[in-house]
Design a binder for this molecule. Structure first.
Ligand code: XMP
Length: 324
């Protein structure tokens, strides 16, 4: 629509004014829609003077890293540095089973890798890199008591907690937008639909959907099962109806099964489809039995290590949406 086109053009113009004709910026991409749209707007404003960083922690779902590295770059022409940090994250997570410990480790490693990358970009640039792009939305601004939301860009506020050699001015082109506006802006900017319409997915990724220690093998199992569930839910046209559907691997649980003439001793996969307005409360989604059956049959046929699929029928509260 022309209004969305205007909103995008307006945001691009404001970024151009803030950063100026020579300024340089850095933006971290997560695979989610907010950082993607923020980056695409800034790319339109300053082109190659923006460098995007994608820290691939190895905990994303099937196809999500490629979406960033290939499809997003093709759609926007953004200059991107990819850091394959899967080994580093797996090493840091080795032996860890406590959910909060997993979150803390992933957050800490993420900041370290991102800061290393920022330093490398600053060292390689022939001009100062003063700006850091963030995909902060209007509800985040309100929640943190950040004012009226009339300014599109919050200028000259250093990012809290950064080391002295990494002080930036924040650029937040989505500061006046709600999620649905961000998605429409993403469409307007020609971003990959799978990114624009991605359901909520936690920053710590699949690590908090493996109950037990996170290993490469377990991530591979969960990634396959998750891809099947997502594919069948989409095919059934349930993407808009369902808020999200965590797929969880009970890695330390085994149960006996039978396949052909053979006894199996495999892992259960939990499906956790929920409906919700804001993730504060949720209800378990009444997914049609035939869709559940297709998901169950395919997962047990196609993922060798899984011999049982179970459905979580707990509302929130008392259950949370994620298992960890
Ligand atoms: P819970 O499990 O608390 O989840 O009902 C509520 C919503 O938040 C997402 N979630 C997270 N998002 N980092 C994130 O970025 C996290 O550590 C995290 N934990 C939960 C979850 O997917 C749901 O949408």
């Amino acid at each position: 629509t022309w209004t969305m086109l205007n909103i995008v053009e307006d945001a691009v113009e404001k970024v151009r004014e803030t950063i100026g004709p020579k300024g340089r910026a850095i933006c971290g991409l997560s695979g989610g829609v907010d950082s993607a749209v923020a980056a695409a707007i800034v790319q339109r404003a300053i082109g190659d003077r923006l460098t995007c960083v994608f820290v691939d922690h190895g905990l994303l779902r099937k196809g999500e890293a490629e979406q960033v590295e290939r499809d997003f770059v093709a759609a926007t022409g953004v200059k991107l540095r990819v850091v394959d940090a899967a080994d580093r994250f797996l090493k840091a997570l080795a032996g860890v089973t406590d959910p909060e410990a997993k979150r803390k480790i992933i957050g800490r490693e993420f900041i370290r890798v991102f800061e290393d990358e920022q330093r490398a970009i600053i060292a390689a640039a022939d001009a100062p890199v003063d700006f850091l792009v963030q995909g902060t939305l209007y509800p985040d601004v309100v929640e943190s008591g950040g004012g009226t939301g009339t300014a599109n860009i919050k200028s000259h506020h250093n990012v809290g907690g950064l080391p002295d050699d990494l002080k930036f001015t924040l650029v937040e082109p989505l500061r006046t937008m709600f999620k649905d506006e961000v998605r429409r802006a993403g469409e307007e900017l020609g971003l990959p639909p799978a990114m624009v319409w991605r359901q909520p997915f936690p920053g710590p990724g699949l690590a908090i959907r493996i109950v037990g220690e996170v290993t490469r093998e377990r991530l591979d199992i969960l990634r396959e099962a998750d891809a099947i569930a997502r594919e069948e839910l989409s095919r059934a046209g349930l993407d808009r109806e369902i808020w999200q559907c965590p797929v969880v691997l009970l890695a330390d649980v085994r149960s006996v099964g039978v396949q052909g003439d053979e006894r199996t001793y495999g892992h259960p996969i939990v499906l956790r489809p929920v409906t919700s307005e804001d993730a504060m409360t949720a209800d378990w989604a009444r997914v049609p039995y035939d869709v559940l059956e297709r998901i169950s049959t395919r997962i047990t046929n196609e993922v060798r290590e899984v011999n049982r699929v179970v459905l979580d029928v707990t509302s929130k509260p008392p259950g949370t949406i994620e298992w960890e």
